[in-house]
Design a binder for this molecule. Structure first.
Ligand SMILES: *Cc1c(COP(=O)(O)O)cnc(C)c1O
Length: 475
């Protein structure tokens, strides 16, 4: 399996060649040259697989240049009940991503039982093991630099902690994260994890990361890398749980199932699209956004207009103005015409919109099973309450957005799976506002705020961050 760029002007690469990088040299995103096709018989042969077996079945179609034994060993190390231990009543940790049934044909897929209580762990934990493996093979090392307002940073740190050849420098705005998020990150004592609390806001952190990464000499000399959401291996790892959930809820193999996905950078639902293109019988892929509704607007009207302003909402991990994985989907929509993507993204990259309304492209979007909706703060408060009153289950704000929109598209006789992308314990304030009580905390993080914290404070200054990196790389 080779990977090609959506912009068509970079050479095809193998899975391990694109593993550690970000964008292709031509500015595009890597995509598999073709989608592996899973026949009905092969699909049926997977239906009783456990998570690790399923992960191997799916990933071995994509990571064709990783020896099977090595891939299996990494998967077996990644997807264990001990790592995905933050289960609730009715869930079996062995399932890794268990399904809870609320009523016939209405299900929740629990993707947040990993160490940071959010779905990003599922892909990031695998990435940690893949990175360590690939670096060891080449006797190489990497210094991951990132900025976080809470969620992505912690998933990256928990995935990379203790990994050989990897250091993580994670910038966060000093004093701006919730006490829980702060404790999650700053309580890590691993010597390869560096938390840099920047005297500034999140945008300052992001600007510093951009400035450092744009200094190509520094970047090359200090082997600066990233773990952003456009990494193909992250998308690939997310394909697995669409299969897992399908087998958990379909009455028989071949029946159609729909998925509702709380979306931001379009990575999660893009994995659903790939699963469908591989032959998984998915009827609808329901894209749910919050008030930042650039994706909802596209799926309703055919117009994609990146915003200049991002609203801060109570489902903060979906607060985006431009969806970084969206180019992958549009590549398929335009029939993989790279020249067309170059033309479209020359506009998107200048923050201009693209418009498919009334074109055959928009018909293609529908053919791929996509529908969408939007959810507001009031919607998510009400949905959290309804789900709690009716089913006795507490869901977080992001999951509530997906649940609200998913229900609008539910069809009788078609199982609907709502993806749970975070545990309510991560968003205590919103839960308190909706339910008037605190969410339960998994025992693993019961008193995390009391643990000793380790971090360094730095000025809001690119040179100060560079100096920090230099002095900690040479040690
Ligand atoms: C990242 C995230 C999302 C959005 O996922 P995308 O892959 O960016 O669309 C939704 N919910 C939570 C809790 C997240 O952390």
């Amino acid at each position: 399996m080779k990977y090609i760029s959506t912009r068509g002007e970079s050479p095809a690469q193998t899975f391990t060649q694109i593993l550690l990088g970000g964008l292709a040299p031509d500015g595009g995103l890597y995509m598999p040259e073709t989608y592996p096709q899973i026949s009905h018989d092969e699909l049926a042969s997977w239906q009783h697989f456990n998570y690790r077996e399923l992960a191997f079945a799916v990933l071995s179609k994509f990571a064709t240049d990783v020896p099977a034994l090595d891939l299996r060993a990494m998967i077996d190390k990644t997807y264990t009940a001990a790592v995905y231990c933050n289960t609730r009543a009715g869930e079996n940790a062995e399932d890794i991503t268990p399904v809870r049934t609320l009523e016939p044909d209405l299900h929740i897929l629990a993707l947040s039982n990993g160490p940071t209580l959010a779905f990003k762990d599922v892909a990031m934990q695998l990435l940690g093991n893949l990175f360590e493996y690939a670096l060891a093979k080449n006797n190489d090392s990497i210094n991951i630099l990132g900025a976080t307002s809470g969620d992505t940073g912690s998933a990256a740190e928990y995935a990379m902690r203790g990994k050989r050849g990897i250091r993580v420098f994670m910038l966060s705005p000093l004093g701006k994260m919730s006490p829980f998020q702060t404790a999650q990150m700053f309580s890590l004592q691993d010597p390869n994890i560096f938390n840099l609390a920047v005297r500034g806001v999140f945008d300052d952190c992001q600007d510093i990361v951009k400035a450092v990464s744009n200094d190509l000499v520094f970047k090359a000399k200090y082997q600066i890398g990233a773990v952003n959401s456009i990494n193909w291996a992250r998308v690939a790892a997310q394909i697995i749980y669409y299969f897992k959930a399908y087998f958990a809820v379909a009455k028989k193999v071949g029946d159609a199932v729909s998925f509702a996905v709380p979306s931001g950078n379009f990575g999660n639902v893009c994995a659903g699209h790939v699963a469908r293109m591989m032959g998984l019988p998915i009827r609808k892929l329901i894209v749910a956004t919050n008030e930042n509704d650039v994706l909802d607007e596209f799926f309703k009207s055919g117009r994609y207009a990146p915003r200049t302003e991002t609203q801060h909402t109570s489902s903060p991990s979906m607060d985006i103005s431009k969806a970084s994985n969206f180019e992958r989907f549009v590549f398929d929509v335009v029939g993989r015409d790279a020249a067309k993507i170059r033309e479209l993204w020359s506009k998107v990259d200048r923050n201009q919109g693209i418009d498919f309304s009334g074109t055959p492209y928009f018909a293609k979007v529908k053919e791929f099973g996509f529908v969408s909706g939007r959810s507001s703060h009031a919607d998510r408060m009400r949905t959290i309450r309804e789900v709690y009153d009716r089913y006795g289950q507490m869901i977080d704000t992001h999951t509530a957005d997906g649940f609200k929109v998913g229900r609008e598209y539910a069809e009788s006789g078609v199982p609907l799976v709502c993806l749970e992308t975070a545990l309510p314990a991560k968003f205590e304030e919103a839960i308190r506002q909706s339910l008037g009580r605190d969410p339960e905390r998994p025992s693993a993080v019961e008193s995390i705020e009391k643990l000793p914290q380790r971090f360094d404070t730095v000025e809001n200054d690119v040179e100060a961050v560079k100096r920090f990196i230099v002095s900690h790389v040479h040690k």
